[in-house]
Design a protein around this ligand. Structure first.
Ligand code: PLP
Length: 385
């Protein structure tokens, strides 16, 4: 009998992608749903990739990545993240997305539990299900600006819990966890002897506070740090992520790369090396533009009297829609149909997030400006009926 995996067929699709699929069919649409920077990859990075292609750097690399790139990563995480790591602890993946999956695979067996945030990036849920883990959501509430409640998280830890995924600066929350919060989370992990998977792909996109890598405090090899060039350098299509993990975990993650992918693209690895070792002023320029777009959104929401959580980092803004009487999918589809504005429904980020929506403001400025104004008018029309 020919069958299709129930595990895969029953997997919930990302609500962001569902809205995007509909939006691209419209003649006029405003893309405030997807987290893809509206900038081209900086020119010096493009040039490095072109030279790699012309120079024949178009073959497999070792599974954990080109040694020269791993050296560049080692230097970066040592200097910028204060992580005391060795070369063997570093690996390169096709996008941060696979580093998260490899981390989950490396620390668990089928049936084990993993704590993930609600609201959180939808792939944490789908990946754990694909791998055969049981995802257990911990809630981050809009009222507490999406900061973690450690005692409530602690109450969810069972004998099957193998790790917790945290994400700061956060998607979709825009929240940044302080050094103290990281320290508290790490103490909780030590107490219950579980791993901390720290997703730091938005580390450089900050408006207030500072980014703190919990691995810099790691007492005994329990933190797996995940980074990517995707958001920092507007390189989402190049697909380069990387990790720093305790040595036995890094080795197991390397096995996952070898089994599923062989290695990340050699051309993209050269581009990533140019990104990490080349001029860094492009980051500040892009972050300045995101800050400007954030301010446009905040001003529009204030003017319309719509409440929101102030983003400290990443390029997302969350707002409550309870007043509209609509669930987040209804709100998103009706908004798209009525105005051409695509946003992300909260429910895709977790079961307790149906009363919120996410605005992504990394698209081009004109789209963000027009999109947020249309969204505010739609919101007001919903609350006036
Ligand atoms: N982690 C978070 C929180 C994300 O939002 C994303 C992408 O949107 C990723 C990881 C994966 O990034 P990449 O494009 O490098 O795979």
């Amino acid at each position: 009998m020919r069958t299709i995996s129930k595990n895969l067929s029953n997997l919930t699709r990302s609500g962001i992608r569902m809205i995007l699929d509909k939006a691209v069919l419209l003649e006029e649409s405003y893309h405030l749903e997807i987290g893809d920077p509206g900038f081209d990859t900086p020119e010096h990075i493009q040039e490095a990739a072109i030279s790699a292609i012309r120079g024949g750097n178009t073959h497999y690399t070792t599974h954990a990545g080109m040694p020269s790139l791993r050296e560049a990563i080692l230097e970066k995480v040592t200097k910028e993240n204060n992580i005391g790591a060795r070369f063997e602890q570093i690996g390169v993946t096709p996008g941060g997305v696979f580093a998260v999956a490899a981390a989950m695979m490396a620390i668990s067996e089928k049936g084990d539990e993993i704590l993930i945030p609600d609201p959180g990036w939808p792939n944490y849920h789908t990946q754990s299900v694909v791998i055969g883990l049981k995802p257990v959501y911990y809630h981050l509430s809009l009222d507490s600006n999406f900061q973690p409640d450690i005692s409530s998280i602690e109450s969810m830890i069972s004998s099957r819990t193998r790790g917790i995924v945290i994400n700061s600066p956060g998607n979709p929350t825009g929240a940044v966890f302080s050094r103290q919060v990281m320290q508290d989370l790490l103490e909780m992990c030590e107490k219950h002897d579980i791993y901390l998977i720290s997703d730091e792909v938005y580390e450089r996109i900050l408006y207030e506070g500072e980014h703190f890598s919990p691995a810099s405090l790691d007492p005994d090899g329990r933190v797996i740090s995940i980074f990517a060039t995707s958001k920092t350098y507007a390189m989402t299509g190049w697909r380069i992520g990387y990790y720093v993990a305790p040595q036995p975990v890094a080795k197991a993650m390397g096995r996952a790369i070898e089994s599923y992918l062989s290695c990340a693209s050699s051309v993209s690895q050269v581009a990533a090396q140019a990104a990490l070792t080349g001029p860094q002023d492009c980051i500040a320029e892009m972050v300045r533009s995101y800050a400007e777009r954030k301010d446009i959104c905040v001003e529009a929401l204030k003017k319309a009297g719509i409440g929101y959580a102030t983003p400290q980092g990443a390029f997302y803004l969350m707002l409550g829609i309870a007043d509209t009487g609509l669930g987040s999918y209804d709100f998103s589809t009706q908004l798209l149909d009525a105005t051409g504005v695509a946003i992300a429904p909260g429910l895709t980020f977790g079961p307790k997030s149906d009363q919120i929506i996410r605005i992504s403001y990394c698209a081009n400025k004109e789209d963000v400006e027009e999109g947020i104004h249309r969204m505010c008018s739609f919101y007001q029309a919903c609350t006036n009926v």
